[in-house]
Design a protein. Sequence first.
Length: 297
Amino acid sequence: MPDYLSCRLCPRRCGVNRTLTAGRCRQTDKIRIARAALHMWEEPCISGERGSGTVFFSGCTLDCCFCQNFEISQQNKGYFITEDQLTDIFLRLQGEGAHNINLVSPTPFVPSIIKALDKAKGRLNIPVVYNCGGYERVETVEALKDHIDIWLPDLKYFSAEASKKYSNAEDYFATALAAIKKMQSIAGKPVFGEDGLLKRGVLVRHLVLPTLRKDSMKIIEALSENFAPDDIILSVMSQYTPMYRAAEHREINRRVSTFEYNSVLDFARAAGFDGYSQERGAATNAYVPPFEGEKLR
Ligand code: SF4
């Protein structure tokens, strides 16, 4: 069972005692969340008609310079809650009609999340979603195997140069791919309910970045080499908007062009993956464009 005493929950492996101090993720052992509410802006198989019961945890294991949620992930916006309160939040969201419990950026709080889910056992009967940046340790994924139904990792970069430059994680790709392989080995192929919603499986998200469409294609190639097309669901996202510190890098200080996005989408379709695309043209700081279709192809 993972704990906070010498924290190695994520690939940063700080080794700090979080009962005494914060780690690189800026979090101690006190659970800090920024928001817990029904959320409609995930892929349709997650949000459904009533919404996903989303809990946004403060802090992050990555330092993405373009983070849309930078106030929560990088600037520690949020408030402290106890494990019992987290259990109550899960049950409250279920009572409000949530199709699932959606843990956003949960990695720094895995020990508390496991305990809160254990306390909800027998009362919480909707799937639990692990919504993360992909920068995970295989050991932490393994520790979660009895508590998570749906894995929702990003796969952001292939290039170590890009992952270092934009997220301060040079080892991102190999680390994230190993974690996603572990997630898929635990969850198996996607399982949908009669309501069309995902009940179990892995949905990999890839956000296309300006100037990096070739990097996107290498990611899709790697997914093809490691997974059968029906092993995972792939969501190719167009919503990149330069926010937070993105302006420090001129090449990513713009939206993704239609050509860039469509070329990646065509590549994903040719690889045979099922999944989602996103409408172009609607992304702004305040608006996430809707996901389209049940299938990429
Ligand atoms: S979860 Fe936080 S404290 Fe623990 S290893 Fe990762 S960055 Fe360090």
